[in-house]
Design a protein around this ligand. Structure first.
Ligand SMILES: Nc1ncnc2c1ncn2[C@@H]1O[C@H](COP(=O)(O)OP(=O)(O)OP(=O)(O)O)[C@@H](O)[C@H]1O
Ligand SMILES: [Mg+2]
Length: 156
């Protein structure tokens, strides 16, 4: 897979726009892993993503609840934050597999904390600090992921 997108995102508002546009390119169930240090902007990106589905209310960070789910007409979006997971077994306890096998888009903060429990991701998003704002890199790992990035590029 060699499909990727690299973007310089200057501020929070541009981060929201990026998430919103990526959501419009996600027409089918998919898994997206979000990587970046504390405060990188992962939740901000998810807020934008949910806006892309028409969600206008406040988005809660699932740091304590592990997952927040949002139902839309065409799709469910699950937003995970595994930062506080100490043992991947905690995820088996909440029935993690079911979330990933449903008709849903799964956005995952701190996927590295889940060990081997998660299915392979379609897309990875890496958020890195930059002198101004952030650099954001999207990498496709599957056909599905490639489709999303291609659609994103075509809808520019
Ligand atoms: N592109 C950007 N440029 C500058 N600031 C940004 C950008 N994107 C987000 N921020 C700001 O970074 C801060 C932290 O963002 P956010 O909560 O989304 O991080 P996070 O990666 O989810 O962190 P955590 O790992 O703690 O959940 C927010 O104040 C947000 O406004
Ligand atoms: Mg967060």
């Amino acid at each position: 897979m060699n499909e990727f997108i690299l973007k310089h995102v200057r501020n929070e508002s541009q981060m929201l726009d990026l998430g919103q546009r990526m959501a419009k390119s996600c027409k089918n169930p998919a898994t997206i892993f979000l990587y970046g240090e504390l405060g990188a902007g992962k939740t901000t990106l998810v807020r934008g993503f949910l806006r892309g589905f028409g969600f206008k209310e406040a988005v809660k960070s699932p740091t304590y609840t592990i997952v927040e789910s949002y139902s839309f007409d065409t799709m469910t979006v699950h937003h995970f934050d595994f930062y506080r997971i100490n043992d991947p077994e905690e995820l088996e306890f909440i029935g993690i597999k079911d979330y990933f096998s449903g008709n849903a888009i799964c956005l995952v903060e701190w996927p590295e904390k889940a060990g081997q429990l998660l299915p392979p991701t379609d897309l990875s998003c890496y958020i890195e600090p930059h002198a101004i704002g952030r650099n954001v890199k999207w990498v496709a790992h599957t056909e599905k992921g490639m489709e999303i990035l291609k659609r994103y590029k075509n809808e520019k």
